[in-house]
Design a binder for this molecule. Sequence first.
Ligand code: SF4
Ligand code: SF4
Length: 332
Amino acid sequence: MKTVSSLLDAEWCARYKRISKLNIRSSIYDVTDRCNLRCKGCFFFSSGEHEVAREEKDLGKWEKFVEKEMVRGVNLAILIGGEPTLCPDRIEAFYRRLPSFCATNGQIKVDRGRFPDLMVGISLWGDEKDEKILRGKDTFAVSSKNYAGDPNAYYLYTITPKQLGKTEKIIEKIRDVGLKVHVQLLSNDEGVDGFSWQPQELLAVRDEMDAMLDAYPQTMISSKYYHRIITSGEMLGRPFGWLECPSVTEPLDKRSPKPRKLIGFIRWASDLRAMHRCCTSETRDCRTCKDGAAHMSWVMVNKRAHMTTSEDLRNWIEVYEMFAKLYRFIPW
Ligand code: SF4
Ligand code: SF4
């Protein structure tokens, strides 16, 4: 293995040093089992995760639970659901104690008086037509009004095969409401007709994402290496999947040999006792998994494998920086 300083010039060395000091220890929390939408392809409902446990209603138990998580070393709480904004008191139990991120469909605005700098990731699944097919409504019409110009919010745009050739319009819409955007790909867990990726479409969407990053570098939080990884499902010749996944709940992980993975990662159900298998669907076939965060984490935990050429290490740094920006460990 080569050294960092032998692979990088001064500018990249400085970028490397900035992120190497971060010691991100994230876990994911289902804040509630309920949602104000029912999207076709929602991993939470399609895998029955909403039925695994009854949500804890005692706020004091949430507060004690968060404190125990801090003792466990967690320094980033990723709040999902269901729809977390249905339960602001539970969000507050995290927000008052830990750096927290809230994933939301954006239909309810978080109270900025109560949560001035809570980082919010707003889900978006395409243009009005696709959103109506998959989510039953044009969510952007509401979420963009709720969050226009908010410096602590961005869109998490899940690109579907039907969005090929249309992503620029969406990115412009997001730019025009003064927000940033991160992209990932739909996994189509409920097999909606026409929404599963074909090999040619994956090649095309990679080119399209790269072109969007070139054209809108101030709006897109992304990297071309990340685009390559999520569309090919390969990193340095290794295929993504169950044997490589870094985002498996640690106490449930019986894999042998163990791959490199997120330290202490747990995805907790909303009863604060049950755990889910991983950061996404309990029942998804890992060979079909396009989860953006899992792919990003896969790169991040494999630094050593990227220390062979300057290009590989720079790619690794860009993906790490992207993650750190999305969860506000470093500025945009
Ligand atoms: S908004 Fe999110 S949690 Fe709610 S149904 Fe859609 S994907 Fe699932
Ligand atoms: S579904 Fe995706 S995130 Fe979950 S274990 Fe499989 S590869 Fe990992």
